[in-house]
Design a protein around this ligand. Sequence first.
Ligand code: FES
Length: 255
Amino acid sequence: MKTIGKVKILSNREIVPQIYEMILLSKELTIEGFPGKFVNLYCEDGRHLLPRPISICEINREEATTRLIYAVVGEGTKKLSKMQANDEVKVLGPLGNGFTIDGKTRENIVIGGGIGAPPLVELVKHLKGNTSVYLGFRCNPILVEDFENLGAKVYVATEDGSHGHKGNVLQLLEKDDLKADMIYSCGPKPMLKAVAQWAKEKQIPAELSLEERMACGIGACLVCTCKAAKKEANDWENTRVCKDGPVFLRDEVIW
Ligand code: FES
């Protein structure tokens, strides 16, 4: 069952330039919320009809709150950023298929790029074993403390060198001879492609959450279609990131 309706906003604030945190109050959302799933937020001003897909950053079932972190990238998200505490926003979700949580104890490597970092917070809460988080940003890192507070070791790269390693997150990974049982990642496609290649070379299984342009978010419009490998060798099929993903296995996506 999906929540469709107006949800109360508890707070909506800018945490670094152009990146906002919105806290929603809805028991239904938290019941079905899961690491890697996303919600569609609707901007209802008559001009911006398409929903904005925003990944779930954190779920607090006791307080019935869902934390979203989103970037202002156009008119729709700009309008969202203007909403205030006690306003109501129309929500559809949670949508999509999230990460696999099987309760096994592992050495985990978690890799986030830019606005791909937020859904990894709820994921890290559920991982057992040792978790190292590698985060890459252009500038202005986000959520570093959140991951540290969850007990993860956190390594940061920024393109402008203002925080941590100067460069991208892949360079950071390659600096050490890392070993892990499982990799989880979310971020822009070029980064995920490089992570998939790196994981394959190291023979480490990985789950990758794709950021893809979306419209309906429920599998109806095919805007988010990408190529996925079929089980039979050397064949592929179209898959919908919103409905079949956004999380895919390392070798499922054809880049
Ligand atoms: Fe419409 Fe995925 S966004 S099918």
